[in-house]
Write a protein that binds this ligand. Structure first.
Ligand code: WTA
Length: 694
């Protein structure tokens, strides 16, 4: 049955029979329809793959679990360490019952991630290899840097930062769009042991100020403006506002290094605060092109990155140097089956973790050629991605399901008018990829040739935890498949008991992996409470997951109060607090609803101050309040898709909002409201339903 099923697959590539025979042994008989939907790598692909078969994966995986210290230290030895770590490769406590949570990898090892990404590759003879191809917002705008020239630019900036007093352990906030200067700034910080905190250059002045106040940077690095599609966004104005705002909280920043992005805005039109603001182009090129390395401990902090949680304040996820370095490099190599001639493009912005681990560090540590794209995929038309793929002969293309779905709606001709012959492996991240988007990505974009690595991971995990290794396993559209080396996913029930075999529940991880975050900046207690207390003994991901009969993992989305909109994490509490900051809003409750393109949309129930009438104008001004809190013009993904007027909210007698009921009302599953008798006032449910279409 199993083999017959496999043979009947439309996408079955020639030669798959041989591989399917191997898989059949391991997988046994598959069952239900999605679970049965196996897509095999071609024999040709598998033959050249780093991990060419399930057997090889099993062998490596087993070793990584049975002997993590040996497995990871062997890999780490391929990198440069000024001084090797001590006898203990890693030490950990993931169990709150046994004391404070602590994770350390390669402690005592002295290294530098910038050295390993640049100098080491140059010394290996790759100085003239292209490190970064930069593609601007407009067609025909481009540039590139070899490994040697990238190093020179990094050194110049690093020298400048040292000159203005940035020292090891100091924070630097980077608020830049996808210019080459963004990875340059990250690497320059890393070179001198400074902690970078990149803030997505789309966040509002308020969000930027909040992050500045939290980490008190020595400097902010930005640019005057950026073009995104047809729009111009004045980033420097946003930074000015943020700096004024943070000064009110007692955090003043002495230096605002500003890159003049001439294609977007002339320097003469840029507002300027003498003494504080410095033009990048006038200053940085004056500095020497070599810069001594600040050697750091593997456990010294590398960067901070803020992410949304289920409560109001964003969390400063802290990653350290050594483990993160080894983990991003290794996951990049295996999940994309990376080989030196590859040209790699990840569409993520460096403002998110994907841009940290898989635009900057993972690829550059492997000596790869990376594309940095400033623009948007829909400009000048929805064929832009494939235009870029053909222009640079991209072999590895990594993107998000929301982009796949939005391009899918534009029609195949935008894709098929380009060759895309160079593509070898596709990748997906950010949210579960629905099987129909998977199919389109596979069949149309990849011409049914390229395996898709559906990588499951998080800001907190630093790198992939569950991901296909193209070439090893047959894939099931919509499943992130199997754990990466060294990762032990467990599915637990409500009480925290591990469930075996075919099951579904809460996704946790047993034991640490090198890329795990070490704390939440300045709030270790919140770190323990959020991630380690819900299910003692495990790291809790916040995601639901099921495992099928063949051991494949199917992520089912967040189980906490976090909504995933276009692959971006939005805490419901953050949106609610933005709404109630509006003078006419008395109370708000936000839930996620299914959305065709964005994956999830934001659905807000809003109770107005007594006597205020509903109006379209008010709806707009509430939406604006949320947009202002989160973002300026770029990707206003935090704006509510629907505002539902609510004379009252369904609450328990103790005053807790019953979101379960709100989710059902939002998704119009009115016959599944369940028991409403415990509500303080069951009538509010009828009122809400009556106002559904207002
Ligand atoms: C979701 C992004 C299913 C998940 C790297 C996780 C995914 C959150 C996938 C982390 C995937 C990410 N399949 N869900 N392949 N990748 N997610 O921190 O809910 O921005 O918890 O990191 O995105 O989002 P974050």
């Amino acid at each position: 049955n199993y083999l017959r099923h496999v043979e009947s697959l439309a996408v079955l590539p020639s030669g798959a029979g041989k591989i399917s025979h191997l898989n059949a042994v391991i997988l046994g008989e598959a069952l239900a329809s999605e679970e049965n939907d196996l897509v095999f790598p071609s024999e040709e692909f598998s033959r050249q793959a780093l991990v060419p078969s399930p057997m090889k994966y099993m062998e490596m995986y087993r070793r990584s679990i049975e002997d993590p210290a040996g497995f990871w230290s062997e890999i780490a030895s391929e990198f440069y360490w000024k001084q090797k770590w001590g006898t203990t490769v890693y030490s950990e406590n993931l169990d709150v019952r046994k004391g404070p949570i602590k994770i350390e990898w390669f402690k005592g090892g002295i290294t530098n991630i910038c050295y390993n990404a640049l100098d080491r590759n140059i010394e290996a003879g790759n100085g003239d290899k292209i490190a970064i191809y930069w593609e601007g917002n407009d067609l025909g705008q481009d540039g590139s840097l070899t490994y040697s020239s990238l190093l020179e630019k990094v050194c110049q900036l690093a020298n400048y930062l040292k000159d203005i007093g940035v020292r090891k352990g100091d924070a630097v906030v980077i608020y830049l769009p996808m210019l080459m200067e963004l990875p340059i700034a990250m690497l320059a910080c890393a070179r001198i042991g400074a902690i970078h905190s990149v803030v997505f250059a789309g966040f509002s002045a308020d969000s930027l100020a909040q992050r500045i106040v939290d980490c008190k940077p020595k400097a902010v690095i930005t640019c005057n403006a950026v073009r995104r599609g047809p729009k111009v966004i004045h980033l420097k104005d946003i930074v000015d506002d943020a700096l004024a705002e943070s000064a009110k909280s007692g955090v003043s920043v002495d230096v605002c290094l500003t890159y003049e992005n001439q294609s977007a805005m002339n320097r003469h039109d840029t507002k300027w605060q003498k003494g504080r603001d410095i033009w990048w182009q006038d200053t940085i090129p004056e500095y020497p092109t070599t810069c001594e390395i600040e050697w750091v401990d593997a456990e010294d902090p590398l960067f901070l990155l803020y992410t949304s949680g289920s409560t109001g304040k964003p969390k400063g996820v802290l990653h350290t140097t050594g483990g993160y370095m080894i983990y991003t490099a290794t996951t990049f190599k295996y999940a994309f089956d990376y080989k030196p001639p590859d040209i790699y493009w990840c569409t993520a912005d460096c403002g998110w973790i994907t841009g940290h681990s898989y635009v900057t560090y993972g690829p550059l540590l492997n000596g790869a050629t990376v594309i940095v794209f400033e623009g948007v995929p829909s400009y000048p038309d929805p064929g832009r991605c494939w235009n870029i793929v053909d222009k640079y002969k991209v072999t590895l293309f990594y993107t998000a399901p929301t982009l796949v779905r939005s391009l899918m709606r534009e029609g195949d001709e935008y894709v098929t008018r380009y060759s895309r012959k160079s593509l070898r492996v596709l990748g997906s991240v950010g949210e579960p990829i629905n099987p129909s988007a998977w199919r389109w990505f596979f069949n149309i974009v990849g011409d049914s040739r390229c395996p898709i690595s559906d990588t499951w991971w998080q800001t907190e995990t630093g790198g992939f935890l569950i991901t296909p290794l193209p070439g090893a396993w047959p894939q099931k559209p919509g499943s992130a498949t199997f754990p990466f080396f060294g990762v032990q996913p467990v599915i637990v029930d409500e009480k925290g008991a591990e469930i075996e075999g075919e099951c579904s529940g809460y996704l946790c991880i047993k034991s640490s992996w090198p890329g795990a975050f070490r704390t939440l900046y300045g709030d270790h207690e919140r770190y323990e409470t959020t991630y380690f207390k819900p299910f003692p003994g495990y790291y809790f991901s916040g995601d639901g997951c099921s495992r099928d009969k063949d051991g494949y993992h199917w992520l089912t989305g967040r189980v906490d109060d976090v909504i995933n909109v276009s692959g971006h994490r939005i805490g419901t509490a953050e949106v609610e607090s933005a709404l109630v900051s509006h003078p006419q809003c008395a109370e708000a409750a936000v839930v996620g609803v299914e959305h065709e393109v964005k994956g999830q949309g934001i659905y807000a129930f809003v109770t107005l101050v007594d006597g205020v009438p509903y109006s379209e104008e008010l709806r707009k001004s509430l939406t604006l309040a949320v947009r202002k809190q989160f973002h300026c013009q770029i990707g206003p993904f935090a704006a509510p898709d629907k505002i539902h007027w609510a004379p009252g909210l369904p609450k328990t007698r103790s005053g807790k909002i019953m979101r379960r009921i709100l989710r059902k009302i939002a998704s119009r599953q009115l016959d599944e409201l369940g028991d409403t008798s415990t509500l303080a006032d069951p009538n509010v449910v009828d009122q809400l339903i009556a106002l559904s279409d207002c």
